[in-house]
Design a protein around this ligand. Structure first.
Ligand code: MG
Length: 270
């Protein structure tokens, strides 16, 4: 771990949500205190999530009703939002095949993108998202596009599994692995751990890399994202990662604490 003194200089915080600040509808003890502290020192909190099924507006509402926290839409950087930004800048007037939920497809269409869900001529790229409405028919269509057209393949996020009350269900990474096993095509992922997520928050807030900390519970997305973005990271052991995972990982975190309560104590210096 780096010196704990450095932690007290942090102003820009990029938080994962599930397993880091909260689980489901339950906010962890210490999360509200840490967010209030960041506000009190003139800092900024962003919530970076690889969940592409909720929009920024959905999260503002969830934070208010479930957690009693007031936030603004610009604080939420979802993998869906990162994907939208990427597609608008690289495929603004191109045809995009999308494998995703109806609401995700509708959101992309609303922003003016040319989206199709069928294997047709003239497709310029393929995007796969977490699709809780996945059908075998959709898998046939995506396989057809990737096997008959030589086009780039993107995934919204590499997470293999999504936590749920009984354990886990397949997330975008697992769906993409199924497609890769079938077509031999490997996606480029656009959410965490892409460095673009960190760049976006740095640009929007004006803070420096030295003032920034990425906080999360998953090594290959959260901690990797901070490492890729060239900023300090902090792993909390309230979600996926376990202390024993830190012995032999390609994603060593700068700091590690048991939970957000311990992080707030060291950040405030009390
Ligand atoms: Mg998490």
């Amino acid at each position: 771990m780096k010196s704990l003194e450095q932690l007290k200089k942090k102003k820009l915080f990029l938080f994962d949500i599930d397993g880091t600040l909260a689980v489901g509808d339950t906010l962890y003890e210490g999360s509200a205190e840490l967010l209030a502290y960041i506000d009190s020192i003139g800092g900024k909190s962003y919530f970076i999530t690889n969940n592409s099924t909720r929009s920024g507006a959905d999260y503002v509402e969830k934070f208010r009703s479930a957690f009693g926290l007031e936030t603004t839409q610009d604080q939420f950087i979802t993998s869906g939002y990162m994907t939208l930004r990427f597609l608008k800048s690289h495929y603004g007037n191109k045809k995009i095949f999308v494998l995703g939920t109806a609401s995700f497809v509708a959101e992309l269409r609303r922003s003016g993108l040319d989206i199709t869900e069928t294997a047709e001529d003239g497709i310029d790229c393929v995007v796969a998202a977490y699709d809780s409405e996945l059908t075998y028919g959709k898998l046939i269509q995506v396989s057809k596009v990737l096997l008959t057209a030589d086009v780039p393949f993107y995934g919204t996020n590499p997470d293999l599994r999504c936590p749920i009350d009984f354990g886990f269900i397949p997330d975008c990474g697992a769906i993409c692995n199924l497609i890769t096993a079938t077509t031999g095509k490997v996606p480029v992922y656009l959410g965490k751990p892409s460095r673009e997520v960190v760049e976006l928050c740095l640009d929007a807030s004006g803070f420096s890399r030295e003032e920034t900390l990425v906080v999360g519970d998953r090594l290959y997305t959260d901690i990797a994202c901070g490492i890729n973005g060239g900023v300090d990271t902090c792993v909390l052991f309230t979600g996926e990662a376990r202390p024993e995972d830190m012995k032999d990982t390609e994603y060593p975190a700068t700091y590690q604490f048991q939970d957000v309560k311990e992080l707030v104590l060291h950040t405030r210096g009390q």
